[in-house]
Design a protein around this ligand. Sequence first.
Ligand code: GDP
Ligand code: MG
Length: 708
Amino acid sequence: MSITIALAGNPNSGKTTLFNLLTGSSQYVGNWPGVTVERKEGLYKKEQDIRIVDLPGIYSLSPYTLEEVVSRDYLINEKPDVIINIIDATNLERNLYLTTQLIELGLPVVVALNMMDLVDKTGEKILTDELEDHLGCKVVKISALRKTGIEELIDTCKKEKDRKVVIKEEYSAELEKFITSTEEVSSKIKNSIASRFLAIKLLENDEKIFEKLNLDSSELSKVKEITERMENEFDDDGEGIITDARYTFVSKITKHIVKNKRAGLTTSDKIDRVVTNRFLAIPIFAVFMFAIYYISIKVGNDIVGEWVNGTLIEGIIQGGATNLLEGWGVADWLISLVVDGIIGGVGGVIGFLPVIAFLYFFIAILEDIGYMSRIAFILDRVLRKFGLSGKSFIPILIGMGCSIPGIMATRTIESDKDRRLTIMVASFMPCGAKTDIIALFAGAIFVGKWWFAPICYFAGILAVIISGVILKKTKAFIGEAAPFVMELPAYHMPILSNILRTTWQRLKAFIIKAGTIILLSSIVIWLLSNISTTGKFVEFSDDSHSILEAIGRFIAPIFAPLGFGDWTATVASIMGLVAKEMVVGTYGVVSGLGELGADDPTLLEFAAKSFTTVTAMSFMMFNQLTVPCFAAVGAIRSEMKSAKWTLATIAYQVLFSYTIALMIYQFGRILILGEALNIWTGVAIVILLVYLFLLFRASKKRELTGKL
Ligand code: GDP
Ligand code: MG
């Protein structure tokens, strides 16, 4: 006999930890049908006939967020055999709010009091027997992290599965009479959902439930009449009354069941006093991040990366492959395709792996111990102003390693709008590969100007902010942001297996994309750059008349208003679409210098002659802000789950980078280089005015529809 168990609980209550523990590696991750919220399913590793379904983290079963709707629909329609309501026991009162709604569903519920290890440390006692009495369902104490109480939890579920559920919870005599009269209506409607759940949702004016039940007019007027009487008696709207009743109920039982309630500050509270301090929080965070980047780049790039790039890829793999193929008498063009095109293209990306691995390892530590959720919380107030959420910051941070895992990290953002917006802006920060272009100009043009690299990062932040403000005012993103409510879990010592798993998941995303999309585009680009317009195999160079060169020459005039309208810079930018670190290498090749690193003196000298401060800045910003590499576009496509949104993102990024670079060049040309005004000055002024308008126009408030 197989059993389906659904895990429901607040975000951060430990659902994922429990789910991973129960299912081991036998899990299936996908999306809920039709929506982008993650769907996780797996089999209990000790008994393969127990299926575990992880529902999205929620605070309530109301219809306001996608997560709530997904969870509710699942519970109502699929009717799992048992619901495990996982609760952060250090935060009972807040968590039990959801419990009141789950028990109303009329399905067997087992409450798992998680994080008992933390509760035990404080000496606090939770009286589970009494809690069971109040709720009318079983309660089991567990610690998902320390792996205690898990078997008892599953055993209890197996026993509870066939129990006839009687809903015991009562709010207050005054309220119960309204619920009972509504239940008279809801129990008559042919439906398999518990009549009490329906009655309460009807009193809450839950539109989705009204839609679902399709009441006839006499039922409808009866419900309206009861609701009105209730609203008059309590002098509040239906939803407010019920919410209040739930809170009162929950706080009453919490008082009864918690003994030795701790007084004073826990260790976590003490740490929080410092790290979330109003003045210290951001500086402390900045120091952490600086240290992380410093170590990652020092160790990852300068030590491991050098070896991977120079010795392993160039020396052993490329050198070995060349020798081998030459030995077999393979044609030159094929050797070039394999060694330069394929191995070179993919290897260039793999070369970033060490830095990114270190970076993600450290970020995962900060996430695991509970520090990152605090920072997200602190930044939320600021980011809200730009249409983003506190949770947008982790994707943007991760994007500074590589945009692909950054874009994938947007999955943790519950609200659809926040998530889409974050995906659209996540690649504006310089990723590991873009730092090559920064290095080129820092060495060639902005020599001794320490501020150049920081300015690129600052420009990235500014681009995120500007885009957030502008896009938030458009129809697709308008609307109140979902409030950021989040349990802040107590700090705990880092757990290596968690950290390695997170790091590996992010790296894997990066490797898979590099192995597929980058492989394909490397081949295409090799063909375009090594076949001449007359169809002959040529060595790609400054005068090889390759197809790529022809394309570059054709497109180049488009970039003239940005100050780099020659075909070499154009081709370099096109290559950037394959992978941004190819911009510098390509630039060297098409300039007739050969493939040189960003710190090569010949290349620096050449770049210093062909760029001015203004054109360098314009070129830099165009490449930084424009569409990221194809692999990242692939990630955008798979996270947006919509061709329309992917195209919108690409269009926005092209338009944004083009107009920003145009303004930089046109204004810089006049203000810094003292050149004469021309027609493009006018265009730049018009663009500036449009931006100012988009930034400062009044935001239309969302029209409230229905009974929200
Ligand atoms: P979810 O948002 O519900 O999926 O929660 P997670 O599983 O991601 O857990 C949130 C945080 O709580 C993580 O940092 C976990 O390591 C931590 N956590 C989960 N269960 C326990 C537990 O039993 N004890 C302690 N001390 N921490 C836990
Ligand atoms: Mg989770």
